[in-house]
Structure formats: C-alpha cells, structure tokens
Design a protein around this ligand. Sequence first.
Ligand code: NAD
Length: 488
Amino acid sequence: MVSRVIPVEPFDLVIFGGTGDLARRKILPSLFRRFCDGQMPDQARIIGAARSDLTVSQYRDLIGQALQDALDKCDCSDENLAAFLACLNYIPIDAKGTNGWDDLAAIMRPDVVQAYYFSVGPSLFGDIAKRLKKHKIAGKDARIVVEKPFGHDLPSARDLNATLAKHFEEHCIYRIDHYLGKETVQNLMALRFGNMLFEPLWNAQYVDHVQITVAEDIGVDGRGAYYDNSGAMRDMVQNHLMQLLCLTAMEPPSKFDPDAVRDEKLKVIRALEAPHPSDIVRGQYLASEDKTSYLEDCENPDSKTESFIALRLHIANWRWNGTPFYLRTGKRLKSRMSEIVIQFKEPPHSIFESAPGQGGGQGANELSIRLQPDEGMDLKVTIKEPGMGGMRLIDVPLDMTFAEALGEQATDAPDAYERLIMDVIRGNQTLFMRGDEVEAAWAWTDPIIDTWKAADERPYTYETGSTGPEEALILMHQDGRRWRDLKV
Ligand code: NAD
C-alpha cells in the first residue's frame, strides 16, 4: 500500500512529566508509532523533562522498556527502537525551582516548531508556563499542550485559563481531549458534512432521540481518593461526553477550520438546558464476589460521589427542540464500550400489512457510531425478510465498518494521541478545546453539582457487571424508550 503519511516539519518537543505514566503509556508510544510510519522528520527531537535525576542514557533505557511494554512486539523492531531512542534527550528539571531551566534554554532550537507538553498535574501549569517565558525558552509561536483535568469547576478553570494566558496566546494553547482524536469522531463530521444523505434528516423532525454512552468495566482502581473528589460528572461528562454531544448536535461550520468548528460547539453548550433533578440518575457500584465496592475503593464509607451517571438533556434551539439527548457513563459496568446512537423516528405511515415491529422489524432507522471497541459505524435499515411468506419486515445493519472497502487503511488508523500530537506540530487546533468552550462546559456543570451537594443524597447503587442502577432504565422507560444494550 502506498503510504499517505506526510512528514511534519522539524520540531523540538519537550515533555514535562516525561517519566510519568501518561508519557510512558501514551505520549511516547504514540510518537514512536509516528516515527515508524515515517512521519517524524530526521531533525525531530524529543526532550523528556522531569524531577528524577536521570542521565540521557538512563532515560532512553526507561523509555525503551516502556515502549516494549506498551507496543506489540511486531511494532517494535530493534532498528526502529534504537533510531527512535537516539532522538530522545533528557533534562532533570524542577517545575517550581530553578534547576534545569538554563540547560533547557541552551538546547532549544529557535528555528524549528517548538511544543511543550505539560504531562504533569495542573497545579504545575502556571509554574512551567512562567519559567518557559522567564528563561526565554519558548519562542513567540511555541505551542503548549495541557491535559485534563482542566479545572475542577468554573472558577478553577478560569484561573487556569488566566494563568496560561499571561504567558501564551490562545492560538498557542492546545487543551487535549483524546476523544476528539478518535477516527470515528472525525468520521462523524465527515458523515454529517461530507454527504447529502444525513444532514437533511439530522434534526428534531426526523430524530427521535440521541444516546451517548461511555461505559467502562473497570472500577476506580488505585485512583479512589482522586476520583472521589471528582465523580463521573466532572471526570467524564463535563469533557468527553460534552464534546461528543457538541459534535453530534452542532450546526455545520462554514469551513473545517479550528475557530469555525469550535464556535459551533460552543453554541451547543450554551444552548444546553439545565436538567431537572428528575432528569438525572447517579449511582455507585456494589461489591461483587471478587471485587470491592465503590465505597471501599474510595475508602470513604460516607461518599456521595457518583461512579455512574445518566442524564436526559435538551438543547434549546430550532434544530433539536423536542429531541432528548440521553447520556450515560459509569465504571464497573457490563462492558467497555463507547458509542453515539442517532435513533430516527418511525415512518409516519406504514403501507405494509405487517406493521413495523412485526416480523422483527422496528421500522425506525438507527445510526450507531462506535468509538470503542472496534471503531466503526452501523446503520440499521428495515428490509423485506428474504424468501416466501409475504411482506415480512426485518431490521438489518448496513455494514459500515469500512474494513472491506479500505483494507489496511481502515485497520491501521492511528491512535487518538498520535493524531493529536501531530496536529500540535502542524499547528491545527480543530480537535482541541478552546478556553471559552471549557469555561462554558463548567458553567453548565457547576450548578448541577451544587444542587447535589445541597440535597446531600446518596447515589443509587448498582451491581458490578450490570448496566447501572435500575433507575437509569426507568429514566428511559418513562419516555417509552430504552438504552441500547451494552454488548460484551
Ligand atoms: P505521574 O504521577 O505518573 O507523573 C508525573 C510526572 O510529573 C513525573 O514525570 C514527575 O517527575 C513529574 N513531576 C512532578 N512534579 C514535578 C516538578 N515539581 N517538577 C518537574 N516534574 C515534576 O502522572 P501521569 O499519570 O503521567 O499524569 C500527568 C498528568 O496527565 C496529570 O495531570 C493527569 O491528571 C493527566 N492525565 C493522565 C492520564 C493517564 O492515563 N496517566 C490520562 C489523562 C490525563
């Protein structure tokens, strides 16, 4: 197959927190895959910067081991690995002190793209941003990449934005939400805005409802104390699910350009109505035979934090008036699965003797966009059941997994982090969150959380390995609808 990879410009990428979990499991393996694919130019350099007092050779050993752990053996030829490790440098640096900054200044090249990945806790963002400018390390167009969590609420997000804005302009700040880097999320935009077929139907007149699910089968494993201060609303809804909702609901941007896309997403967040308490179900997972409960995992028997949440939301605009958006996310559920489902309405009148629903056909089309596992799309259509026996209708999926049509290209899709890091180097912010978007998302989230605090109620409970609390099923049943199965 002919490679479609276009090498990016030469760059110096500094990873603050270069010895940490995220750098070892995601950032560096992603860079290595881009290297193996020929996208990293020869002059590219990666500089790890962290507190540990390592030599360059010790750092290369650490990352060499991490790459072997993170990648399949076949991805990792000795030759490629050695060549990639040769691009790595390391500088011990103290984000809050003076150590290491002059060394970093001495090796940065002013004539290549400069990117600084803040793979450290948000409390260090301001310290690092300040020192990058104070020591005259970061050039005018240098980019910084910041990870979630971007704030804990609106005031803290505003503070973080203001802190970064003191040192870097908005066009230099890349706020990562890795869900936006997924192939199918971009395919959602291609499907909507690259075809004539769907967009005319993409509104309240034809769409009955939308479901967005991000289900995890793991618990809060080892992160209990951190998670208990956050919960599913802050950890997942305010960022990942909100982003998926925006891309599903937004108006067509005038062009596929960072600000045009982000302007439209922002309008969706601003049009999102505050849900009534009866539109929300919160849950905590119970212990199973071999697994501990949420309360045990977070070591707080009085915790009222949710490990599951389901929401019924309404978007107050012309396009979506009357079409609910149901969101759910949780831990220790039946399976690990993320998808967006557009449930279309039934045809207004059936001409067939066997009405929709008989013979298995529901009569309503359903478009599902799977983010994980097996990224792909399904469109459920109603057809005649083959053979004799009259006009019996059945629902069948129209295959849109792309694997047959695209072959290797479909299965070799880059990981979200690979795409996003390359977008940073290219200077393309389309798939990154803008500061006002993040603030608008918190402005919507905060009052909901405040209401829970005031009510001081315990979330419902749910069985490990289930689909969440019964009450979440009832939320849908009340409306005559049901959640899609969480397939194992
Ligand atoms: P980690 O604790 O594994 O690593 C932290 C890194 O920061 C280490 O390299 C450490 O040396 C460095 N560091 C800490 N204090 C420092 C200081 N004063 N000066 C210089 N370096 C310092 O953390 P992590 O899991 O890699 O996460 C990093 C950030 O990314 C966090 O904000 C986290 O919330 C976020 N994040 C992590 C993941 C993940 O999968 N690990 C996913 C999404 C977001």
